[in-house]
Design a protein around this ligand. Structure first.
Ligand SMILES: Nc1ncnc2c1ncn2[C@@H]1O[C@H](COP(=O)(O)OP(=O)(O)OP(=O)(O)O)[C@@H](O)[C@H]1O
Ligand SMILES: [Mg+2]
Length: 454
């Protein structure tokens, strides 16, 4: 273990010697200088790491105050303790204001000296440790390839992670924009995890409900507010509590509700339909759009004032085509996700498959990529279209329509069979709505029950 090294400056050679002896006995290494300029040069060369400086205030050539200023310029973390004569207290106080760590009065009492030095050295150690920690954190941030469920190491995604982190600290509304399937909801959830973990995350899709229902869904209603309102029902503003209210597809919010939402944001309060009581809005509003909302506002399809209110903190998610380097990483992530859920041989993605994925354009973004990888995990290469001619079955060749239907039924059976007849999983893999999957099941007379049992 090495001793903490001190820099000691005093023009009085006897005092300097006495100080050095005291310090060395106490376990320090001391570099002593009678000339402040030489002392400064010793720090400037950077050859030695000093844990602290002990300096007289009154010296010829350069006084302690000037030395202090110069030392701070070289190394702001280096603690400087000044030694003052009897009449210099005012100056010492000024020195502390200007960044000296402490001051000691002559004659210097040994215990006070060593006490001050222990604290100064400890402080320097903590500062260094903190600086290293910060540097390590910054480095790990710059290297990370995933962030609260978002996968991606592309600089554009890392910037998204950094922005989410910054935005988490503020309560203001966030507007997330990006193409369909690019990860807007995932980003909203990441923001929530960082800012309101443990609180509710309530998502409402503005496009999914007719206007009247949407209004009562958001605001809630009192009993008898409208025909059919048989009991009081809290709305999403209320359910979100002090968590996050995620307003998805905000563009589809009907105009009269845009006005109402604006008022809620301005007053930070709302009332249930048919009620008067004002309830404070505590949740953070995060909205999402895959349209250019600014353009919509300019074209008069969205209220400009509401746009400004929602867009206090804008978060843009780049389309997958702008971060193609992440495609193999994402594909492997989705294959792993599949492997975790399914027993048996884990699926490995061959390089030529990854290359093909990377070369494609992805209008459906990460969602489309995920579906493609899942199809591969389930069906493997058998899905790869072969362009070599198929042998014709005996007898009359069938029509294309009949052939396609037979093919469709076979594929549907394969996928449903693989998932034990679970329509929701199969529909995700097939890229179809559950409704269309059920229609096809009926059309082809597929027996779901027997698939579920086998
Ligand atoms: N960076 C990512 N890492 C891992 N999975 C992702 C990423 N981005 C999106 N996904 C996945 O892709 C799918 C779509 O993501 P999400 O629902 O967040 O997209 P979106 O932008 O809200 O789409 P839409 O506009 O259609 O609502 C989800 O299954 C999600 O988990
Ligand atoms: Mg979404």
């Amino acid at each position: 273990m090495s001793f903490p090294r001190l820099l000691v400056v005093d023009d009085d050679p006897y005092l300097l010697l006495a100080l050095r002896q005291t310090l060395e006995l106490a376990g320090y290494a001391a570099d002593t200088f009678a000339n402040p300029l030489e002392a400064l040069a010793a720090v400037q060369t950077g050859k030695r790491d000093f844990a602290a400086v002990l300096a007289d205030i009154r010296m010829p050539g350069m006084d302690g105050m000037t030395l202090l200023a110069k030392l701070k310029g070289l190394d702001p973390d280096l603690p400087v303790i000044l030694i003052t004569g009897h009449g210099d207290v005012a100056m010492a106080v000024k020195a502390v204001k200007e960044g000296a760590y402490d001051f000691l009065q002559k004659p210097v009492d040994e215990e006070t000296l060593l006490g001050a030095l222990t604290r100064a050295v400890e402080r320097k150690r903590l500062m260094l440790e903190n600086r290293e920690l910060q540097a390590r954190l910054a480095a790990s941030r710059a290297e990370r390839s995933a962030f609260y469920g978002l996968v991606g190491a592309h600089p554009a995604m890392r910037q998204v992670y950094a922005l989410i982190e910054t935005m988490a600290a503020a309560p203001d509304p966030v507007l997330i924009s990006g193409e369909t399937g690019s990860g807007k909801e995932l980003a909203a959830r990441a923001l929530h995890a960082l800012s309101a973990a443990g609180q509710p995350f309530v998502a409402v899709n503005m496009a999914a409900l007719p206007a009247e229902m949407l209004e009562s869904e958001l605001f809630g209603h009192e009993r008898g507010a409208f025909t059919g309102a048989e009991s009081r029902k809290p709305g999403k503003f209320e359910f979100a509590g002090s968590g996050t209210l995620f307003l998805d597809e905000i563009c589809s919010l009907p105009l009269h509700l845009q006005g109402k939402l604006l008022r809620v944001l301005e007053e930070r309060a709302f009332s249930r339909l048919g009620g008067n009581a004002l309830i404070p809005l505590q949740a953070r509003i995060v909205s999402a759009t895959n349209h250019d909302l600014e353009e919509e506002a300019r074209a008069g399809r969205f209220r400009q004032d509401l746009y400004f209110r929602l867009n206090v903190l804008p978060l843009k998610i780049p389309p997958l085509s702008a971060r193609k380097e992440d495609i193999p990483l994402l594909a492997r992530h989705f294959a792993e996700e599949y492997n975790l859920l399914h027993a048996g041989q884990p699926v490995l993605l061959p390089q030529n498959f990854l290359d093909r994925l990377t070369a494609r354009s992805w209008p459906g973004n990460v969602r489309e990529l995920r579906n493609e990888v899942r199809r591969f995990c389930i069906l493997g290469e058998e899905r790869q279209v072969s362009l070599s001619p198929l042998p014709l079955p005996d007898g009359e060749p069938e029509s294309l329509k009949a052939h396609m239907e037979a093919e469709e039924k076979r594929y549907l059976l394969t996928v449903l069979g693989r998932f034990g007849g679970q329509v929701s999983t199969a529909s995700a893999v097939l890229g179809l709505s559950r409704k269309s999957v059920y229609e096809k099941i009926n059309r082809y007379g597929i027996d779901l029950d027997s698939l579920r049992q086998s």
